[in-house]
Design a protein around this ligand. Structure first.
Ligand code: IPE
Ligand code: IPE
Ligand code: MG
Length: 245
């Protein structure tokens, strides 16, 4: 847990070191407003900008945003195309936001199914922000928690096969080091919007001791106030890590 910041809403905000967000409910937001689902995704980008800037301002060290899961590939082709169009726009348009806020961009997920133009913009933005030493922002795109563990296991198996690693030397640290982004600390808090009480294959290894915070609001409506509310709630949690306090 990090420094507390005083906020006008009286209660102190405890800023977590590491935050992960399942940004859910774009479709429901759009449906409720009488729009097509894609309008919800479009509005979701504004919420991404707000959360990224506010987390960076508050001093969060690492933020992982679940933007597209491995399972989301099963969505209609049209929705997938629109989502990646928006992602590409985000990667171009928000470069200024990332630079102004000293944010370093990373990617968590598999590259294999990502189109060359998506990879190019992603890699360019990652390279552009590589020397920013403020918050690390990882976009989980084509990401699955089980797939990440499969990929990590394959990496370790190759090292064993090459004679670099003894099977009995495999420990929690070596598994951690084989994950997509080993520089990211485990999330202190996992936020999910739109009320669903499930993990949906997100960061299965990393959330073992994360505090889970679910808000009913849909992602496009998740703003600064809701983020502060989540951090206040987090600050009231008693983290025991199996011990007797
Ligand atoms: C989250 O919103 C965005 C992605 C999964 C890409 P959804 O599109 O899942 O919205 P709902 O859950 O259908 O409301
Ligand atoms: C989780 O949301 C994935 C992302 C937010 C990118 P989903 O909408 O895909 O999750 P389920 O299907 O409700 O579990
Ligand atoms: Mg959803």
């Amino acid at each position: 847990m990090k420094k507390g910041l005083n906020n006008s809403a009286a209660d102190e905000i405890i800023v977590p070191r590491s935050v992960a967000v399942i940004m859910d409910g774009n479709g429901r937001w759009a449906k409720k407003a009488g729009f097509e689902r894609i309008r919800g995704h479009e509005r979701g980008i504004d919420a991404v900008r707000t959360t990224v800037t506010e987390c960076a301002r508050l001093g969060v060290e690492a933020l992982v945003l679940y933007a597209f899961s491995e399972e989301n590939w099963a969505r209609p082709k049209r929705e997938i195309n629109m989502l990646f169009k928006l992602l590409k726009r985000f990667l171009l348009d928000e470069r200024g936001t990332l630079m102004d806020n000293n944010v370093r961009l990373l990617h968590s997920g598999r590259r294999a199914r990502l189109a060359p133009d998506v990879l190019e913009l992603l890699d360019e933005t990652i390279a552009l922000t590589a020397s920013n030493d403020g918050m690390q922002l990882s976009l989980a795109i084509s990401y699955g928690g089980r797939q990440e563990l499969v990929d990590a296991t394959q990496k370790l198996a190759k090292r064993v096969q090459a004679g670099e690693l003894a099977p009995e030397a495999i420990d929690e640290q070596s598994i951690h080091d084989a994950l997509y982004q080993p520089s990211l600390p485990d999330p202190d808090v996992l936020i999910r919007t739109a009320g669903e009480m499930r993990i949906s294959n997100f960061l299965l290894w990393q959330v073992s001791y994360s505090e889970i915070y679910v808000h009913d609001i849909c992602w496009p409506d998740f703003g600064k106030d809701q983020l502060h509310e989540a951090f206040r709630d987090y600050g009231r949690r008693e983290r025991k890590f199996g011990k007797v306090l």
